[in-house]
Design a protein around this ligand. Structure first.
Ligand code: PNS
Length: 164
């Protein structure tokens, strides 16, 4: 059984993440979305909220599970019996960080490989940070996150959907 972990902060999950989740779920028997537990106190959503949002949006994907973890991603992968890590690559700016992380993970755990999905072009510029930046000023984030997530993000900034 091919099991992969898609680790990340997902604060919040974006349309780009969901695109990678859908495509990766077709490649493996089981895809586990691993939400990194917060060491960063500045996260917008709690780990429980982040897990709940992704669960809600992946209900239709029977081979996708969502959970949180702490510590090294490769340790979590081994505990889950996963041999693969999934990451999305948006642009060349992601490459250096992702390459370093994949190579470090492979050095620490040679039995685990990272698979990269190039993000679909329509989401190439979308990131959780951009979502938070735009929403914090009351801007329109409908092109960046799923419709169910939009009000949850504005709620964090005490703003109604896009109103200033
Ligand atoms: O969505 P992000 O914030 O880019 O995801 C980064 C994440 C969670 C994949 C990365 O920080 C991670 O794997 N953290 C756990 C600690 C670890 O295993 N680090 C990798 C060694 S370089």
């Amino acid at each position: 059984m091919k099991i992969a972990i898609y680790p990340g902060s997902f604060d919040p999950v974006t349309l780009g993440h969901l695109d990678v989740i859908r495509r990766a779920s077709r490649l493996v028997d089981k895809l586990i979305i691993g939400v990194l537990k917060n060491t960063n106190k500045h996260a917008l959503f709690s780990e429980e909220e982040r897990v709940a949002m992704i669960r809600m949006l992946t209900q239709d994907l029977p081979n996708v599970e969502v959970d949180s973890f702490h510590g090294l991603t490769v340790d979590y992968a081994r505990a889950c019996g996963a041999r693969f890590l999934v990451r999305g690559l948006r642009a060349v700016t992601d490459f250096e960080y992702e390459l370093q992380m994949a190579q470090t993970n492979h050095k620490v755990a040679p039995d685990i490989d990272t698979i990269f999905f190039t993000t679909s072009v329509e989401y190439a510029y979308v990131s959780s940070s951009i979502v938070k930046e735009v929403a914090s000023y009351g801007g329109d984030i409908r092109g960046f996150v799923a419709p169910e997530i939009v009000p949850l993000v504005y709620e964090k900034y005490h703003k109604k959907n896009g109103e200033q």
